[in-house]
Write a protein that binds this ligand. Structure first.
Ligand SMILES: Nc1ncnc2c1ncn2[C@@H]1O[C@H](COP(=O)(O)OP(=O)(O)OP(=O)(O)O)[C@@H](O)[C@H]1O
Length: 226
């Protein structure tokens, strides 16, 4: 049976005279890989803020499954090359929620497992500041996933990665989506990424939105190309 993690109902956000979304409604179900696309300034970041409860919609509402845990991978931001933490310690930042400043055996196992799955074991002692762009984004991904969230939000996470690193990162996200039932929302400008990895899309436009299955979108594209 489909388990809905997030249900967005008739949402609109207004900033003085600007109205975003026009009765936006969509569901995010467990194991979905949803791509949110749209031009600059159309409201992608605002939508994420609404989903993360940082902003109340002016109209409509968002219903989330109780206790939903969310991981977040930001846009690539370069880290100062003197940044002192190793990749391992950087990924572990999301684990230090207990009463002690050190990791429990269970947390260490969790950390080793995620480093391994993200292909970071061999470079876990490399300082983040010295890692390549692709390695840094993998470390952000591993950090977001180390405490096993239900939902991952990728916020233009491949911007500034070359094609090889971009697909490497998304193949990894796809691995967690398919093997660990991770639900994914990917904010992107990249039509190829959307077509290759997601099952659903939401296209935000200044005059409203369009949403549906990527499969259907492909059929429509084929139709247009004939
Ligand atoms: N706190 C705010 N107050 C007033 N206007 C805002 C606020 N936040 C966003 N906006 C406006 O809402 C619109 C949508 O902004 P948002 O950052 O969500 O777009 P975006 O699709 O994420 O753009 P980009 O792709 O450039 O990041 C913009 O016109 C922006 O100026």
């Amino acid at each position: 049976m489909t388990e809905t993690l997030i249900a967005v109902h008739d949402v609109e956000v207004s900033f003085s005279d600007q109205h975003l979304f026009h009765n936006l409604s969509f569901d995010v179900d467990r194991k979905d890989f949803l791509s949110v696309i749209g031009q600059n300034g159309v409201g992608k970041t605002t939508l994420i803020r609404v989903l993360l409860d940082q902003l109340n919609p002016t109209k409509g509402y968002v219903k989330k499954r109780n206790g939903l845990q969310v991981g977040y991978v930001p846009q690539f931001r370069n880290i100062d090359q003197d940044y002192p933490l190793s990749i391992r310690d950087f990924v572990a930042l999301n684990l230090q929620t207990g009463n002690f400043p050190w990791l429990s055996k269970r947390e260490k196992d969790q950390l080793d497992r995620i480093l391994d799955e993200a292909g970071l074991t061999d470079i876990k002692n490399t300082r983040m500041g010295r890692a390549s762009g692709g390695q840094k984004q993998k470390a952000y991904l591993a950090q977001a996933l180390v405490d096993d969230p239900d939902l991952l939000i990728l916020d233009e996470s491949t911007a500034s990665l070359d094609n090889v690193r971009k697909y490497e990162l998304f193949n990894l996200v796809q691995h967690f989506n398919q093997q660990h039932d991770l639900t994914v929302i990917s904010i992107t400008h990249d039509y190829d990424l959307m077509q290759k990895y997601s099952n659903k899309y939401l296209e935000l436009r200044t005059d409203g939105y369009d949403s549906g299955l990527v499969k259907d979108l492909r059929q429509r594209e084929d139709h247009v190309n004939v």
